[in-house]
Ligand binder design. Structure first.
Ligand SMILES: Cc1cc2nc3c(=O)[nH]c(=O)nc-3n(C[C@H](O)[C@H](O)[C@H](O)COP(=O)(O)OP(=O)(O)OC[C@H]3O[C@@H](n4cnc5c(N)ncnc54)[C@H](O)[C@@H]3O)c2cc1C
Length: 387
């Protein structure tokens, strides 16, 4: 259900995404998870629907849809196949900056081709060191050397690159020059066909098993024309319009895990056993189902309200986006955990796909802005004067 009012166009998109997910994603989701197979077929279906260009402006040939519509679509996809939804979400995340602040060269070479389904991208950001992630001040990123006409990458290792080896372009976070401080980050739009890269090891995650979120190494020359925004300025240019998109598309994906598992739970819990009894007749199960439904609606209302505020230019600060991300990912973990309990041995044995959603949901606690990092980041926003 939608407590937040949607326009007719947004409702139509939600319905269309639901239909695409049921037709193209649902039939392949089990195999994608079981075999850790990259969901190329499902992603190609999204391309045929024009969805690779969802956030490319109409002026540049894309669909130019707003952030609330984007969240509705990502949730519907994640309900049926979280791995596909996450690969797609990372594409949207990586597409956002270059779609919002492209140079004329980038419009011709990257943005317009993206609208035509010729560019599928992802983030090559984090270099895991145990010191935090992209969102923390303690981030660590390798440097590229500035050379004539561009930048030279030398064996840059990125730890978890979703769509590793499958993306056509990688948005690579780096420092320009060895002496640049870690706080001074730049972004390069790296064309896979024009540099050397390798996937260091296969991806066998606990969940999101179709993601291909493997470590990668990058070497080679990247022309200056491929830099997004000025050098050293990622933090400055990203705060207001990039981070909300990152956080809310994550939120929508985790919300989809929660709501996809819950919708299945609602069908199964009312099913009659041969004895005539139903799981729903158990008062403890009733309480759990009511709690799950409440948690999902609370997270969804927050996602929709903050996305709408962003679309209307009403949003101030980062707090609502962080709250939407943690609320949605925690809904995913809580709902899937409770469904595992309600459905007992049937769920544990994998006869119903709750355990797949349960494993996928765990990624939400650590991925992107890890929840602990997000909560830490909320405090200065809640207490700007230091409390
Ligand atoms: C399925 C999956 C897909 C991914 N895809 C991508 C991708 O496409 N591109 C990309 O760049 N990265 C990707 N990542 C990486 C992801 O962003 C990192 O896993 C995340 O940033 C956490 O970093 P880490 O794994 O190094 O954990 P660590 O930084 O070691 O953090 C582990 C834990 O330590 C705690 N912690 C760490 N720092 C802080 C802090 N500052 N404050 C409070 N607590 C803290 C938290 O509890 C956190 O969960 C992916 C990860 C996963 C699991």
């Amino acid at each position: 259900m939608n407590y937040f009012p949607l326009t007719k166009q947004q409702q139509d998109w939600q319905e269309r995404a639901r239909e695409i997910a049921a037709r193209e994603l649902a039939p392949r989701a089990e195999q994608t998870d079981r075999t850790s197979q990259y969901p190329q077929v499902a992603l190609d279906a999204l391309k045929r629907e024009g969805l690779w260009g969802l956030r490319v402006s109409k002026e540049h040939g894309g669909l130019g849809e707003d952030l609330l519509t984007t969240c509705l679509i990502v949730e519907e996809l994640a309900k049926k196949c979280p791995s596909t939804a996450m690969c797609y979400k990372m594409h949207l995340e990586a597409a956002e900056l270059i779609c919002r602040i492209p140079t004329p060269y980038q419009v011709t070479h990257f943005v317009e081709p993206m609208a035509k389904g010729q560019v599928f991208t992802t983030i090559a950001g984090g270099e895991s060191s145990g010191a935090g992630d992209n969102w923390t001040p303690s981030q660590n990123v390798s440097h590229v050397d500035k050379v004539s006409g561009g930048y030279q990458m030398s064996q840059i290792r990125k730890s978890y690159v979703t769509s590793a080896g499958h993306a056509t372009h990688y948005q690579l976070r780096c420092r320009v020059g060895a002496s640049s401080p870690q706080s001074s980050v730049s972004q390069l739009f790296v064309e896979a066909a024009k540099v050397q890269w390798n996937v260091v090891e296969p991806w066998h995650g606990l969940g999101m098993r179709g993601n291909s979120s493997s470590p990668m190494m990058f070497s080679g020359f990247v022309p200056e024309e491929n830099r997004i925004g000025p050098e050293h300025t990622v933090q400055n240019v990203t705060n207001n319009f990039f981070r909300p998109v990152v956080a809310l598309t994550y939120a929508a994906a985790y919300l989809g895990i929660a709501s996809g598992a819950f919708e299945l739970g609602c069908q199964e819990i009312a099913r009659k056993f041969p004895s005539g009894s139903r799981r729903l007749d158990n008062a403890v199960h009733q309480r759990r189902m009511a709690e799950m439904g409440t948690q999902i609606e609370a997270a969804r209302a927050l996602v929709h309200a903050t996305a709408s505020a962003y679309d209307q230019g009403r949003a101030v600060g980062q707090l609502p986006y962080m709250q939407a991300k943690v609320a949605s990912s925690e809904a995913g973990v809580r709902v899937t955990q409770d469904l595992m309990t309600i459905f007992g041995g049937t769920a544990f044995a994998g006869r119903l796909p709750f355990e797949r959603y349960f494993r996928d949901a765990r990624a939400g606690m650590v991925m992107g802005m890890a929840n602990d990092v997000a909560y830490q980041g909320m405090i200065p926003l809640m207490f700007p004067e230091g409390g």
